[in-house]
Ligand binder design. Structure first.
Ligand SMILES: [Cu+2]
Length: 317
C-alpha cells in the first residue's frame, strides 16, 4: 500500500506527540446524560429486591468511556417523581465542588462540561447528603479515560476487558448512621449483586467472566465501598500488571494482592496459561467481603464467547 507524502507528514506530527496538535486532531465532545432513578433493583441472584437509588436504573451506572483530552458534555436529570436531591461527582473532572457537583432538586437538571485531562480509571458517584447513603444505595460507576497515546509496550492492548465495581450491602436502606459507622453490613456487591458471577458459591448465579487460555484480560476495578479497602487478588493467578489509577505511567509488575482504597479505581491485567483451560476466582481477599459476595469467576477456556469482554460487553449485566 502506498502512503502519500501528505499522510506521512501528518503521521509524523502525530507520532511526535505534540500535545496541542494531538488534542486538536483527536479531541471530541462526548455527550453524557444521567437520569437519577429511585427504584427497586435485585441485590442477589435469587432476585431479592432492594430500594436503590441509581443513575439510569442500574447498579452500577453505565460505563462512561472517553479519550484523554475529550470534552465531556454532561447533563444530570432529577425527575420530579424522585423524593431526594441527587448530584454527580466525576473523579475525572477538575471543577468546583460547590458548582458542578452541587445537589440537584427533584424536577431540576444540571448541565456542565469538563475536559478529561488525565488518563485513567475514575469513580463517579452521587455526592448529595447524606453521601454515604447515596453511594450505599447504588449511585456509583466508572468513567474510563483512555490515554491519548493509545497502547504501547508498557500498556499492551488487552484481548478482553471487564468492569467490576464493588459495593457494600446494608439491609436497612434508611439507616444512614449504620452506613457511616459501618454497622450491620451484610454483603459485598459486585456490579450490584452478591456473588454476581460466582456459580461455585451460589447455585443461582448464571454468569461468569470469560476469556480464552493465554489471553490478556484487563479488569477495571472500582472500590465503591463506604468504609473498607479491598484486597484485590486473582486466586490461582498473579496480576501481570497493575496500573494504579488505571494510568499507564503508574505500572507495577507481578503483584499477588493490591490494596484498593475507598473511592480508588485501578486497572489489573491477568494472563492465564496458554496451554490449558483454567479458572480464576477474582476476590476481595478480606474474608468478610469474599464470603459475603465478593468472588468473581473468570473462566479461561478455548470456546469462550468471542464477544464477551469486548465493546459494550465490558460490564456484564
Ligand atoms: Cu443521590
Amino acid at each position: 500500500m502506498k502512503i502519500s507524502k501528505r499522510k506521512m507528514a501528518a503521521l509524523a506530527v502525530l507520532s511526535m506527540g505534540l500535545p496541542m496538535m494531538t488534542t486538536t486532531v483527536l479531541a471530541k465532545t462526548v455527550h453524557v446524560t444521567f437520569t437519577a432513578k429511585e427504584t427497586m433493583t435485585e441485590i442477589d441472584n435469587k432476585g431479592t429486591q432492594y430500594p436503590s437509588w441509581t443513575f439510569d436504573g442500574g447498579v452500577p451506572g453505565k460505563v462512561v468511556r472517553v479519550t484523554q483530552g475529550d470534552v465531556v458534555d454532561f447533563e444530570l436529570i432529577n425527575p420530579k417523581e424522585n423524593k431526594n436531591s441527587h448530584s454527580i461527582d466525576f473523579h475525572a473532572a477538575e471543577v468546583d465542588v460547590l458548582d458542578e457537583f452541587a445537589p440537584v432538586k427533584p424536577g431540576n437538571t444540571k448541565h456542565f462540561k469538563f475536559v478529561a485531562k488525565r488518563a485513567g480509571t475514575y469513580m463517579y458517584h452521587c455526592g448529595a447528603p447524606t453521601m454515604a447513603q447515596h453511594i450505599a444505595r447504588g449511585m456509583y460507576g466508572l468513567i474510563l479515560v483512555d490515554p491519548k497515546e493509545g497502547y504501547s509496550k508498557a500498556f499492551p492492548k488487552p484481548d478482553r476487558e471487564y468492569v467490576l465495581v464493588q459495593g457494600q450491602y446494608f439491609p436497612n436502606a434508611e439507616d444512614k448512621d449504620a452506613m457511616i459507622e459501618n454497622r450491620g453490613w451484610a454483603g459485598a456487591l459486585i456490579n450490584g449483586k452478591m456473588f454476581n458471577y460466582d456459580p461455585v458459591h451460589d447455585p443461582d448465579a448464571t454468569k461468569v467472566l470469560q476469556a480464552k487460555p493465554g489471553e490478556r484480560v484487563r479488569i477495571y476495578f472500582v472500590n465503591a465501598n463506604i468504609n473498607m479497602p479491598v484486597a484485590f487478588h486473582p486466586i490461582a493467578g498473579i496480576w501481570d500488571r497493575v496500573y494504579i489509577n488505571g494510568n499507564p505511567k503508574n505500572v507495577l509488575y507481578d503483584v499477588q494482592t493490591y490494596n484498593v482504597a475507598v473511592a480508588e479505581a485501578d486497572a489489573f491485567d491477568i494472563v492465564s496459561p496458554a496451554d490449558r483451560a483454567t479458572n480464576n476466582a477474582i476476590v476481595d481477599h478480606t474474608m468478610s467481603a469474599a464470603l459475603r459476595g465478593a468472588i468473581t469467576v473468570l473462566m479461561n477456556k478455548p470456546d469462550a464467547d468471542p464477544n464477551a469482554g469486548k465493546g459494550d460487553n465490558i460490564l456484564v449485566r
